[in-house]
Design a protein around this ligand. Structure first.
Ligand code: F6R
Length: 617
């Protein structure tokens, strides 16, 4: 889950690499480094490993005269989230071979690196790091010493390396060329006005070009100023696929907000509006053209299985209710990291919906592949165009939330919720399970979500004031029932990951089966108590908490004085039907967690120990 950038032919190679890395930091940020070929045919390498400040230190360590000398040269950069080896300078990428003839950056995991490293060491190679990546540098060194061209040596890696990798390298004798290869982990090539570019994500190069191409699985590339060539694992030249990216470069910046998270919270009305745009009419007609699955096949679906991790899993838990309520078919939800290792026989006519903001979460990807191996239909719901999962599924639905940089998911989560509702309505439409009036009522409700989100966010100041009162509390319990439960889970996850505070989420009815023993004076219970048919039951649960000394904060409907009178604090949100309520209910809890985290002085965009894209198990 690291970020890679490569630039050649640009007059600002070194600065350009640092800029690209800054745009990639959300992929991991425990260390960073660059390598550029100097005009004297030497590799210039600079690395730093400071939690939260690697790039700053990298920039400071780059002398001005060096920057001038590195003009137009080929350079590569890397921002790391450690998998093999601690986040230290010696483990930071790029890694070099014994003679520093070449430098390599890599994203992914080389599964056979232990055996390769052992053999290389036996043949006299000296290793300077604990990473799996370094084997690549030494393997290439051997191949090139044995007479192969750099290009052919890189192509040979496609046969030698096992696992998932995106790699890029520069060689001292080819000052204008970047070499690259990939399997599973993505790489994007760009070419513009005499400049050649390479990146693990489009966000890193969008400001420089929109002339972008996807390096295919098991392909290698040579990138030169303004030109590139792509080869398959046999060395046959291939035509790369162009990528059409609609994001604006501005969308990838903070846009005046103090951090990406508040910007992304603010962007939620638009994220949902764009996600549902053109996909449903007030009449309830749905159009999911890019889903690219035949209507007949979709109408024949008899059950749905939703798989995901983290916040996307919470979206799945909410989406299941829409599927059951509208399409009237059974819908199950599984955590991807569990599902992929179960001996699960998925019944025919099941639709497997794999949900992943990044489209690259390893567990979700493999769970989806497991479903495909059983020949059931799969749909990937993701925010990243061209991401891994989109290339190996029957259908794709994109949340159109724009790039989400904050590590904690906000706008992508609500966009997922809205998109799953559109999918449920589409299946209901094809199956004819809703009357014309019901269909239209549901569609009107989904279409009103962007303005309801906007209205909810007008209450941010009040949410912040409530949160500030609880910034020092030690134990939080988040409770909800039915559609309120995924909201409780998501609220608790946000508090845990951002504020580093213990927060347990339970279906409210479960408390008395054990966890209620934990409740004592000082416990804070956050309850999702929006009006629904279960409101009375949830308020009875609230009473049980208060009787044991807990302080209760309720996510409740605007003007609901009855609820307000039964709790200590209220986070008011507009009323909405229960099936659509998670989109609204989660908003105050995002702001709550943000505020508590800020009060504790935490970096909300880059919580400790986390990475935005989880490409390891
Ligand atoms: C939490 C969060 C994570 C992700 C999870 C899955 O705020 O963002 O829990 O939801 O890592 O990531 P994706 O959706 O990219 O598969």
């Amino acid at each position: 889950m690291c970020g890679i950038i490569g630039i050649t032919g640009s007059e600002d190679t070194a600065a350009g690499l640092l800029e690209g890395l800054a745009l990639l930091e959300y992929r991991g940020y425990d260390s960073a480094g660059i390598a550029v070929v100097e005009p004297s045919n030497k590799i210039f390498r600079l690395r730093a490993a400071e939690q939260g400040g690697s790039l700053y230190h990298l920039g400071n360590g780059l002398p001005k005269e060096k920057t001038a000398r590195l003009k137009y040269a080929a350079g590569i950069g890397h921002t790391r989230w450690a998998t093999h080896g601690a986040p230290t300078v010696s483990n930071a990428h790029p890694h070099v071979d014994c003679q520093s003839t070449l430098a390599v950056v890599h994203n992914g995991i080389i599964e056979n690196h232990n055996r390769l490293a052992r053999d290389l060491k036996e043949r006299g190679h000296h290793f300077a790091s604990e990473t799996d990546t370094e084997v690549i540098a030494h393997l290439l060194e051997e191949q090139i010493a044995g007479g192969k061209s750099v290009k052919d040596a890189v192509i040979s890696l496609l046969t030698v390396l096992r696992g998932a990798f995106a790699l890029a390298l520069v060689h001292k004798d080819f000052p204008d060329t970047i070499y690259a290869a990939r399997r599973t982990s993505p790489l994007i090539i760009g070419s513009e006005a005499g400049v050649g570019l390479l990146a693990s994500d489009v966000a890193a190069v969008l400001e420089r070009t929109r002339n972008l191409f996807e390096l295919g699985d098991d392909q290698a590339a040579e990138i030169r100023p303004g030109a590139f060539r792509v080869y398959d694992h046999l060395g046959v030249e291939m035509q790369p696929k162009a990528i059409n990216v609609g994001w604006s470069t501005e969308a990838a910046r903070k846009g005046g907000f103090p951090d990406y998270m508040s910007k992304e919270i603010h962007e939620q009305p638009r994220a949902v509006a764009e996600t549902i745009l053109g996909r449903l009419e007030p009449s309830g007609e749905t159009r999911l053209e890019e889903l690219d699955i035949d209507d007949g096949r979709l109408a024949a679906v008899e059950r749905v299985l939703l798989v995901a991790c983290g916040s996307s899993y919470h979206a799945a838990l909410a989406g299941r209710h829409a599927m059951e309520a509208w399409a009237k078919i059974p819908a199950e939800v599984d955590i991807a990291s569990e599902m992929r290792y179960r001996s699960m026989q998925i019944p025919k006519n099941t639709l497997v919906v794999a949900i992943s903001q990044s489209g690259e979460t390893t567990d979700t990807y493999h769970a989806m592949r497991q479903a495909r191996s059983q020949e059931v239909m799969t749909v990937a719901v993701t925010n990243v165009v061209g991401s891994l999962m989109t290339r190996e599924t029957d259908g794709v639905l994109y949340t159109r939330a724009g790039p989400e940089i904050g590590v904690a998911s906000t706008k992508c989560h609500v966009a997922q919720l809205a998109l799953l509702q559109c999918l449920a309505l589409r299946v209901a439409d094809l199956k004819g399970t809703l009357s014309v009036a019901e269909k239209s009522a549901v569609a009107e409700e989904i279409l009103s979500l962007p303005s309801l989100i906007e209205r909810t966010l007008l209450g941010q100041e009040q949410f912040r004031k409530v949160a500030e009162r609880y910034a020092e509390a030690r134990d939080f319990y988040y409770l909800g029932r039915r559609l309120g439960f995924p909201v409780a889970l998501e609220g608790a996850l946000k508090l845990k990951e951002l504020a580093y505070v213990r927060a347990e989420a339970y279906p409210a009815g479960e408390m008395k089966h054990g966890p209620i023993s934990l409740i004592e004076p000082g416990s804070v219970v956050v309850v999702v108590a929006k009006r629904s048919s279960l409101w009375e039951k949830i308020m009875a649960n609230v009473e049980e908490m208060r009787a044991r000394g807990a302080t209760v904060i309720a996510v409740a409907d605007e003007g609901d004085e009855e609820t307000a009178a039964l709790v200590d604090d209220v986070l008011e949100t507009p009323p909405v039907t229960e099936v659509c309520s998670p989109v609204i209910g989660v908003l105050p809890l995002q702001v709550f967690a943000y505020t508590v985290a800020k009060a504790k002085g935490h970096d909300v965009d880059r919580p400790r120990n986390l990475a935005k894209v989880v490409t390891v198990e």
